[in-house]
Design a protein around this ligand. Structure first.
Ligand SMILES: [Zn+2]
Length: 290
């Protein structure tokens, strides 16, 4: 006798198959992937005020990723460093300091800078942040803040600006360095039901690194493509790569991208598929026992 649960003539089997197929379809659709292109702006490229060594070499790699994997990405988001002319991260705003010095900036609970506060308006320090001082860069509406002319962009690409609060820096594309304010990046990803993000751009040891950490922390499956990124400090490259690896961030080369992302997505679908099947068999068994 054919077991009831593989007998097509039973409604239970038909409905069960329908539910499995529907669930798989929903899961497949919801496994969306976004490409995050971090700060590929003139200031960070050769000739720029804060040029990252060999940064221009990543542009053909990023363009190639977009060309080869057009069907992989639901959307592409460009982050854009976007600073006030007197931004607190600029060495020019700190008397006696030079670029790459580190100063301590203190903030109250609302993210207001305490260092400049006069004694007549007391400021309760909630958070102290070590701020590396940079040359002036990516000032709002300047050529240096514009994206490279050589990087492929499409009308459907989304731009998320960061670092526009004058008194606090923002390495991550998600939050400022104190975690006081967030950009619209997370809302954009949520609106497209993104589960996986692939991160490229500049610089590996700062804005790419902190964007990846925040993406992982808020729950995304995260890939950082190392040959599509360059560090400010080559000596720190291995340290940040190891740290990202320890935090569950996949550090890969662009040649591995298709296989790794698709296998991860397939694994997730298979995993949920098995759970659905298990629940159906369990329900079917219960009905028969009744
Ligand atoms: Zn900046």
């Amino acid at each position: 006798m054919i077991p009831f649960w593989i007998n097509w003539n039973t409604n239970l089997c038909r409905y069960g198959l329908f539910i499995v197929v529907l669930s798989s379809f929903v899961l497949a659709v919801s496994s969306n992937t976004a490409l995050l292109v971090v700060d590929v702006q003139n200031c960070f490229l050769p000739g720029g005020s804060l040029a990252v060594t060999d940064a221009d070499e990543i542009i053909p790699v990023i363009n190639n990723i977009r060309r080869k994997h057009t069907d992989l990405f639901t959307l592409t988001v460009f982050t854009q460093d976007w600073h006030c002319a007197d931004h607190v991260s600029f060495a020019s705003q700190h008397t006696g300091h030079s670029p790459f010095d580190v100063v301590i900036l203190q903030y109250d609970e609302n993210g207001n800078l305490c260092n400049e506060t006069s004694s007549s308006t007391p400021c309760t320090v909630e958070k102290s942040i070590n701020q590396t001082l940079w040359p002036d860069h990516c000032v709002i509406n300047t050529t240096g803040a514009q994206f490279s002319d050589n990087i492929h962009r499409k009308p459907t690409d989304i731009v998320v600006k960061k670092g526009y609060h004058c008194e606090i820096d923002s390495y991550s594309g998600f939050y400022d360095n104190g975690g006081f304010t967030k950009t619209e990046l997370e809302a954009v990803l949520q609106s497209h039901e993104i589960e996986t993000v692939v991160i490229v751009g500049l610089a590996l040891d700062y804005c790419v690194y902190f964007t990846a950490l925040d993406a992982r922390r808020v729950g995304y499956n995260v890939y950082v493509v190392v040959d599509a990124s360059r560090p400010v400090s080559p000596a720190d490259k291995q340290t940040v790569v190891t740290d990202m690896d320890n935090r569950g961030i996949h550090v890969v080369n662009s040649t591995e991208l298709r296989f790794l992302v698709s296998s991860s997505t397939s694994f997730n679908i298979c995993f949920y598929y098995c759970i659905v099947c298990f629940i159906l068999v369990y329900i079917a068994s219960s009905i028969v026992l009744i």
